[in-house]
Design a protein around this ligand. Sequence first.
Ligand code: ACM
Ligand code: ZN
Length: 542
Amino acid sequence: MVGHYSDQKFDDKRYGGFYTQDDIKEIVAYANQRHITVVPEIEMPGHAVAALAAYPEYSCTGGPFEVGKIWGVLDDVFCPKDETFTFLENILSEVIDLFPSKYIHIGGDECPKVRWKACPKCQQRMKTENLKDEHELQSYFIQRIEKFVNAKGRKIIGWDEILEGGLAPNAAVMSWRGTEGGIAAAKEKHYVVMSPGSHCYFDHYQGEPKNEHIAFGGYTPVEKVYSFNPTPKELSADEAQYILGAQANLWTEYIETPSHVEYMIFPRMLALSEVVWGTSNPEKFADFQNRMIQHFDIFDKKGINYSKSIYQITTKVKPSTSGNGILFELKSANNSNGIRYTTDGSNPSSSSIPYSNPIEITKGQTLKAALFENDKQKSATIEQRFYWSNAVGKKITLVHQPHENYSIGGALTLVDGIIGNRSKFGRDWLGFLGKDLNATIDLGKPETINKVTLCVLESQGSWIYFPKKIEVLLSNDGQNFESVAQLNSSEIKEVKGEVVLDVKSMKAQYVKVIATNLGKIQDGNPGAGSEAWLFVDEIGVE
Ligand code: ACM
Ligand code: ZN
């Protein structure tokens, strides 16, 4: 796939490959010499289309299937019939012979249940095994595989979905959809590896998305990784002993070369190392950054490709102290004193306005900035366009909070004058999982309102769907709201998520915007059966 998932463009190049048994032995030995244990993952029962394309007899429908050309979660999965278990057990036997690890990862994540619901063999299995729903069938699947792996003297580890429908008795859990699954497993005295999307997904952006190669989404700079705590405070000291550590994940949907792999791993891996050693202190990030920068010389000597995004200019929107507009903060790991900026659209030079304090933004304008040292430009030029409306910088409250993975900037993100990028949605968007946007903006005094605007995003491969409905309500006392405009799902699609709700010249101080989450994703769509993500940005009040 070329470009973003929603573009659906392809380069038609053959993709794939395999390791021979000798390759595997070489990798395992190389790692072992460095005191590293390789844990293989054989994914089941979902993410199975590549296997089913070659062996359609282990599916529910019999196929035929084509190997996926798009990434995502596909509906065709392994059918839990006896032949499938024999097939998977043969593979696991081969894998177990090659990898000496105590744990064998059996996947377990993202398994849609649509095929199982319609499959007579699956439904029969549920009857004979007395299983009340398809989640229990998934649990049956994992427990049966666990028995096999345990009989070979090994243990299974699986993604946190293996908690659904009942955890296999000896299984360890890898918590990726947050830390909640890991907390639940540790409380049940199961071992856990923490790997939440919020801090441990290195396929997310680490620098300003506009200046980075396209990535999956999300914004996880090295400072965020460094702030991770793998033993949440919800756990008692006894329970915390079940946390084995943390893992970073680097899925390669948008990564084609080993050099790009290095770029995504370094230097974030250094931050995660201190986290799992237990020596990190998020309050002393600046100290860590100094230590980290010393490693850059070593990376250079070893020819390791690494991200220098800390030297780029990073930006942050802050609430204004004067109650007017917002503040725009610029920073670089290099001397921030060298930052120069312009507000007239021209490219910054060493004689442009020197940056010292966060810049007050009180109107629509374009700001450009770069870092200079001895008259030489040392960073890429960043460019930020600010859109202006009556809502920018105003007090905003949310009924439901966004998910931790997509909450950078908090509620202010919706009224910061920055319109989120639709193809690189790393930041500037809030993501709500299964929940509605329910935001109230206090304009400070009654204003005449002609229209309210809102941006919503759809990227089905990432389970991000447009809302079912968007509604605007107005009030003068913040208590009694009157509904004044609505848009339904087909109207939202028609405008491609750039929503304008006309309000006929009404006066109000409080503006409430409700975008109703799609809820459970319907069969036949990516993520079917799971809760949809709702991605929203900038609310404008004009
Ligand atoms: C995962 O990222 N699907 C474990
Ligand atoms: Zn089936």
